[in-house]
Design a protein around this ligand. Structure first.
Ligand code: NAD
Length: 485
């Protein structure tokens, strides 16, 4: 293993996309590794609580100027950032594969997705942010103004290291907020590359600050700083709860995009071949490390054996390999993730599940490659039926009627997305009404995109990202009442 110290090792056409560290960095270094091989791919200069405070100082100083920049000028800078991201797509995708491990075609898709938020919010920056109110008072004229809240802290996970940044940052910046961004320690390089492009796009000094380093120290500084008026977090429900508590004293505006435990429900009469194809996407995209990943499959009894057989056959042929070889599935992010897959499989089998395929690490490829796995007859008591697996293990179970499957699907603390396969319109209507999830996908898997409000119910989160609704947490409403009497 060699220290490559930010040399352009990924075949980049623009090596400057790999700066030596984040903003306000000190002497500390973070080692970044390729999850496929464990090889050291970069050493990044990192910050601490002092750097985190300096970032808020910079963002706070820049706030007034950015908030009062004309919307068309903010939009122009966002459009330039978008164009630069699109131009750098291949380099950004390679950086992502190197540190995150996902297959290169998925990484390219994520860059398109990431860029789409910047474009969408560049356009939203121009939309009217003043509403009139029909007056209930004599001689009074009323308006609602949407104003930027101030400095926004954006905390992002490793599984979508580019899109989770732009989904938050583009909305906050379009609204007129300045931002301090903390990416996951597993994937700082994607965040730093986006920061280089933001700088080239022309955001004024202090408007965009990217702070890499110890999460608890950096984010802890931001949650306790009263100048940080909004906090937008994507990550685990456990850390989300912690940041929610830490933000209480300064009553920050919060957006929380947390964990999920998606049910995938297939009724008799559905197109089973299509359901199998969509189930593969819903389970194995991002190597199973996706908050929208299907975590439990409920199949109606008359089609259960057919679905199990066809699904297992399709899973058996999925390829596993290094992201640059563009397999179906890449490595998982770290050993804790591997341990969790194995614990969920062992627990399910011990409780009576049948292992149809997979069930172990592919040691020939490396210690972070987990074979795509299908378990049948998994009882509801198995841990995998209630805990987020975040990996390529699919548990299947049978159900008899609609009422039963609705109750089982809703019996979770999570409520991000639910997938339903049926060709019966009345049944689809009843299901979409009854499922307690922020998003319901019917007969398809891909549902996300910049124009839709992404988010969950229950402990999957607070607020929405994307769409017009994605601006809400970054703005306050000012009610103005003028008397003409
Ligand atoms: P995580 O909660 O461990 O980390 C997320 C972020 O929080 C990272 O930037 C990390 O550095 C920071 N963090 C970690 N511990 C912290 C602490 N003590 N104090 C302050 N900050 C801290 O999550 P992860 O493992 O990076 O990501 C996986 C999780 O993210 C899964 O639960 C997944 O479902 C969720 N996720 C949700 C969405 C969504 O939109 N709902 C999208 C992607 C991922």
């Amino acid at each position: 293993m060699s220290d490559l110290s930010n040399k352009p090792t990924f075949g980049l056409s623009d090596p400057e996309l790999l700066p030596g560290g984040g903003d306000f960095a000190g002497d500390g270094r973070l080692a970044v590794r390729d999850p496929a091989s464990g090889a050291l791919i970069a050493q990044v200069a990192i910050s601490d609580a002092h750097g985190a405070r300096a970032a808020v100082d910079a963002a706070d100083t820049a706030f007034e100027g950015w908030a009062t920049t004309l919307p068309q000028d903010r939009a122009a800078i966002l459009h330039r950032w978008h164009a630069l991201i699109v131009d750098a797509k291949e380099d950004l995708a390679r950086i992502m594969v190197a540190e995150q491990g996902k297959p290169i075609s998925e990484a390219r898709g994520e860059i398109d997705y990431a860029a789409s938020f910047v474009q969408f919010y560049a356009e939203e920056a121009l939309r009217p942010n003043i509403e009139g109110v029909t007056s209930h008072l004599p001689d009074a004229e009323m308006e609602l103004w949407r104003e930027p809240v101030g400095v926004a802290a954006l905390i992002t996970p490793w599984n979508f290291p580019s899109a989770m940044i732009t989904r938050k940052a583009a909305a906050a910046l379009a609204a007129g907020c300045t931002v301090v961004i903390h990416p996951s320690a597993e994937t700082p390089l994607s965040a730093l590359a986006l920061a280089v492009l933001a700088q080239r796009a022309g955001f004024p000094q202090g408007v965009v600050n990217t702070v890499v380093g110890d999460a608890a120290a950096i984010v802890g500084e931001w949650t306790s700083d009263k100048r940080v008026r909004a906090l937008s977090f994507t990550g685990s429900t456990e850390v989300g709860r912690l940041l929610y508590r830490q933000s209480a004293d300064s009553v920050k505006r919060l957006v929380m995009e947390l964990g999920g435990h998606a049910p995938f429900i297939v009724f008799k009469g559905a197109d089973i071949d299509r359901a199998v194809t969509e189930a593969i996407k819903a389970k194995f995209a991002t190597s199973g490390q996706d908050c929208l990943g299907a975590n439990r499959f409920y199949i109606q009894r008359p089609v259960y054996e057919e679905f199990c057989a066809k699904f297992a056959k399709a899973v058996e042929v999925l390829s596993l390999g290094h992201g640059m070889d563009d397999p179906d599935i890449g490595p998982l992010i770290h050993e804790r993730a591997i341990d969790k897959q194995q614990a969920h499989v062992d627990d399910a089998v011990a409780k009576g599940a049948r292992l149809l395929t997979g069930g172990s690490v592919d040691a020939g490829l490396g210690k972070l490659f987990y074979r795509p796995t299908v378990l049948a007859d998994v009882p509801d008591e198995a841990a995998i039926m209630s805990e987020e697996t975040f990996g390529p293990v699919a548990p299947l179970t049978v159900f008899d009627d609609e009422e039963e499957v609705i109750a089982r699907a809703n019996a979770t603390e999570y409520g991000l997305v639910a997938y339903v396969h049926s060709l019966d319109p009345r049944r689809i209507y009843r299901l979409t009404r009854a499922l307690q999830f922020g998003m319901v996908a019917v007969n398809r898997t891909k549902v996300t995109g910049a124009p839709i409000p992404f988010g969950g119910t229950k402990q999957s989160g607070l607020g929405r990202e994307g769409a017009r609704q994605g601006l809400e947490a970054f703005t306050d409403i000012k009610y103005v009442c003028r008397d003409w009497g």
